[in-house]
Design a protein around this ligand. Structure first.
Ligand SMILES: Nc1ccn([C@H]2C[C@H](O)[C@@H](COP(=O)(O)O)O2)c(=O)n1
Ligand SMILES: [Zn+2]
Length: 161
């Protein structure tokens, strides 16, 4: 009997928690997404959230969902998964695991596959069944990327910051 704490958080809670915390940095008024990339040794390699590229002012570019492409966020926003991939400057992401708060779209799936991410764990899947979601699943399946839904145990993690 070692006397160690037993209510410590699991690896999955830790990494999905980091992804959720990253999502809280997003300025998107409708959907905030966070991502965390982890090595096979459970080391955090990178993180990201959805936002506009460097130099593109959050207060000047549109956050609208509707209207012409150029007047909507969709023309400009970089997705959390892509930001996490692009934020990594340490070499290869081959064989790594991605924790993401929302199932990746087809564009992020391409990047996930091409950098060699082996597994993704996703929390929400609110766009399930949409064309982008179906195309994403198709490519991820073909490429052999393991897709695991995150199973929350309902524990609420509180932070006082
Ligand atoms: N897997 C995903 C899916 C979407 N995003 C980003 C892109 C937008 O900022 C937002 C989605 O907006 P909505 O259409 O729900 O208003 O989430 C992402 O980063 N990763
Ligand atoms: Zn995406």
């Amino acid at each position: 009997m070692s006397g160690k704490r037993t209510d410590y958080i699991s690896w999955d809670e830790y990494f999905m928690g980091i992804a959720q915390l990253s999502a809280m940095r997003s300025k998107d008024p409708n959907t905030q997404v966070g991502a965390c990339i982890v090595s096979q040794e459970n080391k955090i390699l990178s993180m990201g959230y959805n936002g506009f590229p460097k130099g593109c002012d959050d207060d000047e570019y549109p956050w609208n969902r509707e209207g012409d492409l150029c007047d909507s966020k969709y023309a400009y926003v970089t997705h959390s998964e892509l930001n996490a991939i692009l934020n990594y400057r340490g070499g290869s992401l081959e064989g790594t695991k991605l924790y993401v708060t929302l199932f990746p779209c087809n564009e992020c799936a391409k990047a996930i596959i091409q950098v060699g991410i082996a597994e993704l764990v996703y929390a929400d899947d609110k766009y399930n069944g949409t064309p982008a979601n179906l195309a994403s699943r198709r490519m991820l399946t073909s490429a052999g990327v393991k897709m695991t839904p995150y199973r929350s145990n309902g524990r609420i993690l509180e932070l006082k910051v």
